[in-house]
Design a protein around this ligand. Structure first.
Ligand code: SAM
Length: 377
Protein backbone atom coordinates (compact mmCIF):
# COMPACT_ATOMS: atom_id res chain seq x y z
CA UNK A 1 0.00 0.00 0.00
CA UNK A 2 1.58 3.34 -0.97
CA UNK A 3 1.65 6.14 1.59
CA UNK A 4 -0.10 9.37 0.66
CA UNK A 5 0.24 12.98 1.69
CA UNK A 6 -2.09 15.86 0.97
CA UNK A 7 -0.92 18.81 -1.08
CA UNK A 8 -2.78 22.00 -1.93
CA UNK A 9 -2.52 23.43 -5.41
CA UNK A 10 -4.74 26.30 -6.52
CA UNK A 11 -8.16 25.47 -5.05
CA UNK A 12 -7.54 21.71 -5.05
CA UNK A 13 -6.53 19.46 -2.17
CA UNK A 14 -4.93 16.36 -3.58
CA UNK A 15 -3.57 13.15 -2.15
CA UNK A 16 -0.31 12.24 -3.83
CA UNK A 17 1.84 9.14 -3.22
CA UNK A 18 4.91 9.58 -1.05
CA UNK A 19 8.02 8.53 -2.98
CA UNK A 20 11.70 9.37 -2.91
CA UNK A 21 11.76 10.29 -6.60
CA UNK A 22 8.69 11.39 -8.56
CA UNK A 23 9.13 8.73 -11.26
CA UNK A 24 9.16 5.97 -8.58
CA UNK A 25 5.70 6.90 -7.34
CA UNK A 26 2.86 4.52 -8.33
CA UNK A 27 0.84 7.56 -9.47
CA UNK A 28 2.61 10.55 -10.95
CA UNK A 29 2.62 14.02 -9.44
CA UNK A 30 5.19 16.72 -10.22
CA UNK A 31 4.94 19.97 -8.20
CA UNK A 32 7.07 21.80 -10.80
CA UNK A 33 4.20 21.38 -13.27
CA UNK A 34 1.99 23.59 -11.08
CA UNK A 35 3.02 26.43 -13.42
CA UNK A 36 1.87 24.43 -16.43
CA UNK A 37 -1.45 23.74 -14.66
CA UNK A 38 -1.85 27.39 -13.58
CA UNK A 39 -1.48 28.58 -17.16
CA UNK A 40 -3.84 25.85 -18.37
CA UNK A 41 -6.52 26.84 -15.85
CA UNK A 42 -6.22 30.45 -17.00
CA UNK A 43 -6.41 29.35 -20.65
CA UNK A 44 -9.63 27.42 -19.96
CA UNK A 45 -11.11 30.37 -18.10
CA UNK A 46 -10.26 32.84 -20.85
CA UNK A 47 -11.53 30.56 -23.61
CA UNK A 48 -14.83 29.86 -21.84
CA UNK A 49 -14.55 26.11 -22.55
CA UNK A 50 -17.56 24.21 -21.16
CA UNK A 51 -16.46 20.61 -21.74
CA UNK A 52 -12.92 19.40 -21.07
CA UNK A 53 -11.01 16.16 -21.05
CA UNK A 54 -7.84 15.70 -19.03
CA UNK A 55 -7.04 12.53 -20.95
CA UNK A 56 -3.89 11.50 -19.02
CA UNK A 57 -4.79 12.55 -15.56
CA UNK A 58 -2.69 10.58 -12.98
CA UNK A 59 -3.79 11.97 -9.57
CA UNK A 60 -6.61 13.97 -11.19
CA UNK A 61 -5.06 17.28 -10.12
CA UNK A 62 -5.37 18.98 -13.51
CA UNK A 63 -9.00 18.07 -14.17
CA UNK A 64 -9.98 18.77 -10.57
CA UNK A 65 -8.45 22.23 -10.87
CA UNK A 66 -10.41 22.80 -14.09
CA UNK A 67 -13.57 21.79 -12.26
CA UNK A 68 -12.89 23.96 -9.21
CA UNK A 69 -11.29 26.99 -10.81
CA UNK A 70 -13.13 27.49 -14.10
CA UNK A 71 -16.81 27.76 -15.08
CA UNK A 72 -16.55 24.54 -17.20
CA UNK A 73 -19.58 22.32 -16.55
CA UNK A 74 -18.35 18.93 -17.79
CA UNK A 75 -14.89 17.64 -16.93
CA UNK A 76 -13.52 14.20 -17.81
CA UNK A 77 -10.52 12.71 -15.98
CA UNK A 78 -8.98 9.60 -17.45
CA UNK A 79 -5.99 7.37 -16.80
CA UNK A 80 -5.09 3.87 -17.98
CA UNK A 81 -3.57 2.96 -14.60
CA UNK A 82 -5.89 1.34 -12.10
CA UNK A 83 -4.02 2.84 -9.17
CA UNK A 84 -4.38 6.28 -10.72
CA UNK A 85 -8.11 5.65 -11.20
CA UNK A 86 -8.59 4.73 -7.54
CA UNK A 87 -6.67 7.83 -6.47
CA UNK A 88 -8.59 10.10 -8.86
CA UNK A 89 -11.84 8.81 -7.32
CA UNK A 90 -10.61 9.58 -3.79
CA UNK A 91 -9.45 13.03 -4.87
CA UNK A 92 -12.70 13.86 -6.67
CA UNK A 93 -14.71 12.75 -3.66
CA UNK A 94 -12.56 14.79 -1.25
CA UNK A 95 -12.79 17.96 -3.34
CA UNK A 96 -16.50 17.82 -4.13
CA UNK A 97 -17.69 16.05 -0.97
CA UNK A 98 -19.86 13.73 -3.06
CA UNK A 99 -19.02 10.12 -3.84
CA UNK A 100 -18.98 9.54 -7.62
CA UNK A 101 -21.32 6.76 -8.77
CA UNK A 102 -19.07 3.89 -9.83
CA UNK A 103 -19.93 1.47 -12.66
CA UNK A 104 -17.00 -0.66 -13.83
CA UNK A 105 -14.22 1.51 -15.20
CA UNK A 106 -16.25 4.70 -15.06
CA UNK A 107 -17.52 6.89 -12.26
CA UNK A 108 -19.80 9.89 -12.61
CA UNK A 109 -20.29 12.72 -10.21
CA UNK A 110 -23.46 14.61 -11.03
CA UNK A 111 -23.64 17.77 -8.99
CA UNK A 112 -23.38 21.36 -10.03
CA UNK A 113 -20.54 20.09 -12.18
CA UNK A 114 -20.50 16.83 -14.07
CA UNK A 115 -17.19 15.10 -13.38
CA UNK A 116 -16.59 11.84 -15.24
CA UNK A 117 -13.69 9.66 -14.16
CA UNK A 118 -12.58 6.80 -16.42
CA UNK A 119 -9.93 4.10 -16.30
CA UNK A 120 -9.25 3.43 -19.96
CA UNK A 121 -6.82 3.94 -22.78
CA UNK A 122 -7.08 7.65 -23.60
CA UNK A 123 -7.30 6.83 -27.30
CA UNK A 124 -10.48 4.81 -26.71
CA UNK A 125 -12.15 7.50 -24.60
CA UNK A 126 -11.33 10.22 -27.10
CA UNK A 127 -12.33 8.10 -30.11
CA UNK A 128 -15.72 7.40 -28.52
CA UNK A 129 -16.37 11.09 -27.91
CA UNK A 130 -16.22 12.44 -31.44
CA UNK A 131 -16.15 16.28 -31.65
CA UNK A 132 -17.33 16.48 -28.07
CA UNK A 133 -14.84 18.61 -26.13
CA UNK A 134 -14.15 22.34 -26.19
CA UNK A 135 -10.73 21.72 -24.64
CA UNK A 136 -8.63 18.56 -24.91
CA UNK A 137 -5.58 18.34 -22.66
CA UNK A 138 -2.77 15.90 -23.43
CA UNK A 139 -0.15 15.76 -20.69
CA UNK A 140 1.70 12.48 -21.30
CA UNK A 141 5.00 10.98 -20.25
CA UNK A 142 7.24 11.92 -23.19
CA UNK A 143 5.73 12.51 -26.59
CA UNK A 144 2.03 13.25 -27.27
CA UNK A 145 2.16 11.89 -30.85
CA UNK A 146 0.41 8.60 -30.10
CA UNK A 147 -2.65 10.56 -28.91
CA UNK A 148 -2.83 13.26 -31.59
CA UNK A 149 -5.19 11.57 -34.03
CA UNK A 150 -7.89 10.77 -31.50
CA UNK A 151 -7.44 14.13 -29.76
CA UNK A 152 -8.03 15.93 -33.05
CA UNK A 153 -11.18 13.89 -33.60
CA UNK A 154 -12.59 14.40 -30.10
CA UNK A 155 -11.99 18.14 -29.90
CA UNK A 156 -14.70 20.34 -31.42
CA UNK A 157 -13.73 21.83 -34.75
CA UNK A 158 -13.15 25.26 -33.24
CA UNK A 159 -11.96 23.93 -29.91
CA UNK A 160 -8.58 24.06 -28.21
CA UNK A 161 -5.98 21.32 -28.12
CA UNK A 162 -3.44 21.72 -25.31
CA UNK A 163 -0.36 19.51 -25.59
CA UNK A 164 2.64 18.93 -23.38
CA UNK A 165 5.76 17.17 -24.63
CA UNK A 166 8.47 16.14 -22.16
CA UNK A 167 10.65 14.33 -24.71
CA UNK A 168 12.87 17.37 -25.05
CA UNK A 169 15.94 15.19 -25.68
CA UNK A 170 14.22 13.90 -28.82
CA UNK A 171 12.88 17.24 -30.06
CA UNK A 172 16.17 19.00 -29.29
CA UNK A 173 18.26 16.60 -31.32
CA UNK A 174 19.95 14.47 -28.65
CA UNK A 175 18.15 11.48 -30.18
CA UNK A 176 17.94 12.40 -33.85
CA UNK A 177 16.51 9.10 -35.06
CA UNK A 178 13.73 9.20 -32.47
CA UNK A 179 12.83 12.69 -33.75
CA UNK A 180 12.77 11.43 -37.33
CA UNK A 181 10.58 8.48 -36.30
CA UNK A 182 8.11 10.31 -34.08
CA UNK A 183 7.95 13.74 -35.68
CA UNK A 184 9.29 13.04 -39.18
CA UNK A 185 11.52 16.07 -38.70
CA UNK A 186 15.24 16.83 -38.60
CA UNK A 187 16.08 18.44 -35.23
CA UNK A 188 18.92 20.87 -34.52
CA UNK A 189 21.51 20.80 -31.72
CA UNK A 190 22.94 23.89 -30.06
CA UNK A 191 21.44 27.14 -28.89
CA UNK A 192 18.37 27.04 -31.16
CA UNK A 193 17.34 23.51 -30.19
CA UNK A 194 14.58 24.47 -27.75
CA UNK A 195 12.80 26.92 -30.00
CA UNK A 196 13.25 24.57 -32.97
CA UNK A 197 11.95 21.63 -30.87
CA UNK A 198 8.83 23.58 -29.92
CA UNK A 199 8.31 24.51 -33.56
CA UNK A 200 8.78 20.88 -34.65
CA UNK A 201 6.09 19.85 -32.15
CA UNK A 202 3.64 22.48 -33.44
CA UNK A 203 4.52 21.63 -37.04
CA UNK A 204 3.65 18.01 -36.33
CA UNK A 205 0.23 18.91 -34.91
CA UNK A 206 -0.37 21.11 -37.97
CA UNK A 207 0.36 18.16 -40.28
CA UNK A 208 -1.88 15.80 -38.29
CA UNK A 209 -4.68 18.41 -38.20
CA UNK A 210 -4.47 19.07 -41.95
CA UNK A 211 -5.67 15.50 -42.62
CA UNK A 212 -8.96 16.40 -41.00
CA UNK A 213 -9.24 19.74 -42.85
CA UNK A 214 -8.35 21.60 -39.67
CA UNK A 215 -6.11 24.64 -39.42
CA UNK A 216 -4.25 25.72 -36.29
CA UNK A 217 -3.82 29.09 -34.58
CA UNK A 218 -1.16 29.15 -31.87
CA UNK A 219 -2.66 30.84 -28.82
CA UNK A 220 0.48 30.27 -26.79
CA UNK A 221 3.46 27.95 -27.00
CA UNK A 222 6.44 27.87 -24.69
CA UNK A 223 9.40 25.91 -23.37
CA UNK A 224 10.14 25.57 -19.68
CA UNK A 225 11.64 23.17 -17.11
CA UNK A 226 12.44 20.59 -19.79
CA UNK A 227 9.01 20.43 -21.35
CA UNK A 228 7.14 22.05 -24.21
CA UNK A 229 3.55 23.24 -23.99
CA UNK A 230 1.25 24.52 -26.74
CA UNK A 231 -2.35 25.79 -26.68
CA UNK A 232 -3.70 25.44 -30.20
CA UNK A 233 -7.02 26.82 -31.43
CA UNK A 234 -8.40 24.74 -34.26
CA UNK A 235 -9.99 26.28 -37.33
CA UNK A 236 -12.35 24.31 -39.49
CA UNK A 237 -11.94 24.01 -43.25
CA UNK A 238 -9.59 22.85 -45.99
CA UNK A 239 -8.45 26.43 -46.71
CA UNK A 240 -7.55 26.96 -43.04
CA UNK A 241 -5.57 23.72 -43.09
CA UNK A 242 -3.73 24.87 -46.24
CA UNK A 243 -2.95 28.24 -44.62
CA UNK A 244 -1.47 26.52 -41.58
CA UNK A 245 0.58 24.14 -43.72
CA UNK A 246 1.97 27.14 -45.60
CA UNK A 247 3.54 28.30 -42.30
CA UNK A 248 5.78 25.23 -42.19
CA UNK A 249 9.34 25.43 -43.37
CA UNK A 250 13.01 24.85 -42.63
CA UNK A 251 15.87 26.32 -40.66
CA UNK A 252 19.60 26.52 -41.44
CA UNK A 253 22.43 27.61 -39.15
CA UNK A 254 26.15 28.02 -39.90
CA UNK A 255 29.14 27.60 -37.58
CA UNK A 256 29.19 31.31 -36.71
CA UNK A 257 25.60 31.17 -35.51
CA UNK A 258 24.02 32.91 -38.49
CA UNK A 259 20.60 31.41 -39.17
CA UNK A 260 18.06 31.62 -41.91
CA UNK A 261 14.69 30.06 -42.46
CA UNK A 262 12.34 29.55 -45.33
CA UNK A 263 8.65 28.73 -45.61
CA UNK A 264 8.52 25.90 -48.12
CA UNK A 265 7.00 22.42 -48.43
CA UNK A 266 10.45 20.89 -49.01
CA UNK A 267 13.91 22.23 -48.12
CA UNK A 268 15.56 24.22 -50.93
CA UNK A 269 19.11 23.16 -49.99
CA UNK A 270 20.89 20.51 -47.91
CA UNK A 271 21.45 20.39 -44.15
CA UNK A 272 18.01 21.78 -43.35
CA UNK A 273 16.28 21.37 -39.99
CA UNK A 274 12.57 20.75 -40.02
CA UNK A 275 9.88 20.77 -41.15
CA UNK A 276 8.89 23.13 -38.37
CA UNK A 277 6.32 25.81 -37.64
CA UNK A 278 7.46 29.31 -38.69
CA UNK A 279 4.27 31.14 -37.67
CA UNK A 280 3.62 33.00 -34.40
CA UNK A 281 4.13 31.37 -31.00
CA UNK A 282 1.43 33.45 -29.34
CA UNK A 283 -1.68 35.52 -29.76
CA UNK A 284 -0.86 38.75 -27.93
CA UNK A 285 -4.51 39.14 -26.93
CA UNK A 286 -4.57 35.64 -25.43
CA UNK A 287 -1.34 36.04 -23.44
CA UNK A 288 -2.36 39.43 -22.10
CA UNK A 289 -5.80 38.00 -21.31
CA UNK A 290 -4.49 35.11 -19.24
CA UNK A 291 -1.95 37.39 -17.56
CA UNK A 292 -4.76 39.75 -16.56
CA UNK A 293 -6.89 36.85 -15.28
CA UNK A 294 -3.90 35.48 -13.40
CA UNK A 295 -3.68 38.60 -11.27
CA UNK A 296 -7.08 37.90 -9.76
CA UNK A 297 -6.83 34.12 -9.50
CA UNK A 298 -5.36 31.72 -6.90
CA UNK A 299 -2.05 31.02 -8.63
CA UNK A 300 -0.18 27.98 -7.31
CA UNK A 301 3.35 28.60 -8.61
CA UNK A 302 5.25 31.75 -7.71
CA UNK A 303 6.84 31.96 -11.15
CA UNK A 304 3.58 31.81 -13.15
CA UNK A 305 2.90 35.55 -13.31
CA UNK A 306 6.50 36.67 -13.97
CA UNK A 307 6.72 34.01 -16.68
CA UNK A 308 3.51 35.25 -18.33
CA UNK A 309 4.92 38.76 -18.21
CA UNK A 310 8.07 37.61 -20.03
CA UNK A 311 5.93 35.84 -22.64
CA UNK A 312 3.74 38.92 -23.11
CA UNK A 313 6.77 41.16 -23.65
CA UNK A 314 8.57 38.86 -26.06
CA UNK A 315 9.03 39.91 -29.70
CA UNK A 316 7.39 37.06 -31.62
CA UNK A 317 9.75 36.42 -34.52
CA UNK A 318 11.23 33.02 -35.43
CA UNK A 319 14.44 32.16 -33.57
CA UNK A 320 16.85 34.19 -31.52
CA UNK A 321 20.51 34.97 -30.91
CA UNK A 322 22.03 33.57 -27.76
CA UNK A 323 24.71 36.12 -26.91
CA UNK A 324 26.88 33.59 -25.07
CA UNK A 325 26.77 31.11 -27.92
CA UNK A 326 27.48 33.83 -30.50
CA UNK A 327 30.42 35.12 -28.47
CA UNK A 328 31.83 31.61 -28.15
CA UNK A 329 31.35 30.83 -31.82
CA UNK A 330 33.03 34.08 -32.92
CA UNK A 331 35.78 34.44 -30.30
CA UNK A 332 34.23 37.52 -28.65
CA UNK A 333 33.77 38.66 -25.09
CA UNK A 334 30.19 38.77 -24.05
CA UNK A 335 28.54 41.93 -22.71
CA UNK A 336 25.39 42.40 -20.67
CA UNK A 337 22.18 41.34 -22.39
CA UNK A 338 20.39 44.55 -21.32
CA UNK A 339 23.09 46.69 -22.98
CA UNK A 340 22.94 44.60 -26.16
CA UNK A 341 19.16 44.95 -26.37
CA UNK A 342 19.40 48.70 -25.79
CA UNK A 343 22.07 49.11 -28.47
CA UNK A 344 20.01 47.16 -31.02
CA UNK A 345 17.01 49.37 -30.27
CA UNK A 346 19.15 52.49 -30.67
CA UNK A 347 20.09 51.20 -34.10
CA UNK A 348 16.39 51.16 -34.97
CA UNK A 349 15.68 47.44 -34.56
CA UNK A 350 13.17 45.65 -32.42
CA UNK A 351 14.80 43.61 -29.68
CA UNK A 352 13.54 41.86 -26.54
CA UNK A 353 14.54 39.14 -24.15
CA UNK A 354 13.09 35.69 -24.72
CA UNK A 355 11.85 32.97 -22.38
CA UNK A 356 13.94 30.44 -24.33
CA UNK A 357 17.16 31.61 -22.65
CA UNK A 358 18.14 34.35 -20.18
CA UNK A 359 21.14 35.20 -22.36
CA UNK A 360 19.31 35.42 -25.69
CA UNK A 361 17.71 38.18 -27.69
CA UNK A 362 14.88 38.15 -30.23
CA UNK A 363 15.46 40.80 -32.84
CA UNK A 364 14.82 41.72 -36.46
CA UNK A 365 18.40 42.99 -36.76
CA UNK A 366 20.51 41.11 -39.33
CA UNK A 367 23.22 38.76 -38.07
CA UNK A 368 26.11 41.17 -38.95
CA UNK A 369 24.45 43.94 -36.95
CA UNK A 370 24.04 41.69 -33.92
CA UNK A 371 27.74 40.74 -34.15
CA UNK A 372 28.77 44.41 -34.40
CA UNK A 373 26.75 45.27 -31.31
CA UNK A 374 28.22 42.26 -29.49
CA UNK A 375 31.75 43.46 -30.30
CA UNK A 376 31.06 46.92 -28.86
CA UNK A 377 29.12 45.97 -25.72
N1 SAM B 1 -1.70 15.31 -16.14
C1 SAM B 1 -1.04 14.88 -14.92
C2 SAM B 1 -0.71 16.06 -14.02
O1 SAM B 1 -0.89 17.25 -14.44
O2 SAM B 1 -0.28 15.83 -12.89
C3 SAM B 1 0.19 14.06 -15.17
C4 SAM B 1 0.01 12.94 -16.15
S1 SAM B 1 1.35 11.81 -16.24
C5 SAM B 1 2.65 12.76 -16.94
C6 SAM B 1 0.89 10.75 -17.54
C7 SAM B 1 -0.19 9.75 -17.19
O3 SAM B 1 -0.62 9.10 -18.39
C8 SAM B 1 0.23 8.62 -16.26
O4 SAM B 1 -0.53 8.65 -15.08
C9 SAM B 1 -0.04 7.33 -17.05
O5 SAM B 1 -0.59 6.27 -16.27
C10 SAM B 1 -1.06 7.79 -18.08
N2 SAM B 1 -1.11 7.03 -19.34
C11 SAM B 1 -0.10 6.53 -20.07
N3 SAM B 1 -0.57 5.95 -21.19
C12 SAM B 1 -1.92 6.12 -21.19
C13 SAM B 1 -2.96 5.78 -22.09
N4 SAM B 1 -2.71 5.14 -23.24
N5 SAM B 1 -4.22 6.12 -21.76
C14 SAM B 1 -4.49 6.76 -20.60
N6 SAM B 1 -3.54 7.11 -19.70
C15 SAM B 1 -2.27 6.81 -19.99
Amino acid sequence: MPMFREIVEGKARILVPVAERIYDAPVFYNPVMALNRDISVLAVRLSGAASIIDALSATGIRGIRYALETPAGEIWLNDISEEAFRLMLRNVEANFRIKPALAGKMAVLSGEKRVIVTNRDANLVMAENFRHFDFVDLDPFGSPVEFLDTALRSVKRKGILAVTATDTGVLCGAYRHACLRKYLAEPIRGELCHEAGLRILIGTVVRYAAKYDLGVDVLLAYYRDHYFRAFLRLKSGARKADESLSQLGYLWQDVNGRFEYEKAPLPGKPRAHGPLWLGPLKSQEFVEGIHRLGKEHPIAHKKTLPFLETLAGEFDIPFHYDTHALARRNGLRVGKISGIIEALREHGYRATRTHFSPTAVKTDAPFEEVLEVLKKE
